[in-house]
Write a protein that binds this ligand. Sequence first.
Ligand code: FE
Length: 220
Amino acid sequence: MVTPVEGVSRSESQAASTEAPAALAGTGATRPAATEPALLPTQAETTVVEPAAETASPPLACTAPVELTPAMTEGPYFKAGSPEDASLFEDGMAGTRLVLSGYVLTTDCQPVANALVDIWQADAQGNYDNAGYRLRGHVFTDATGRYQIETVVPGEYPGRTEHIHVKVQGPGGPVLTTQLFFPGVQHNETDRIFSDKLLLEIQDTPDGVQGIYNFVIATS
Ligand code: FE
């Protein structure tokens, strides 16, 4: 069950809607009214094939059942109420540009449409914006379960290797709180909560890198 959090702010247009979106537990985000079916049409039992229209991510190979993405500590810097924003990168922002993308899936390899993906992270110098919402934002997956957020590769801070915090929640489902890590970072070995199950797949792009991660979540 999802328990609405207190203090959730809705935009005026959302508040005026006759179908007020449900508050997302622990995130301060509100989900737009569902307009897409939750699941793709039935496919070959265990495999989800990426539609041809999607070109930014590699074909998705998923063999059911898949393990749930491990949960990880929230840490001290989460702030509810992040903006819905697919581009957290700002002109002049230091650091390597990162396009974070992937799918949100069930353990049966079914895409989860309209799932919340909410991230927060340090900037390239290892600093969080605790006053505002710089490098904090959320998106919702499309009908194929895909999400994408533009940001920068975070810097390290004392005791922590490079990581991005994330909350993922399917419609009506529990919130997965976890963190994503970067391959080949020296301090992965000394970060006491690092997990290689949460490593991004990194590919170079003309202006930075692409980081791919597919989340597998519980939906009830
Ligand atoms: Fe952190």
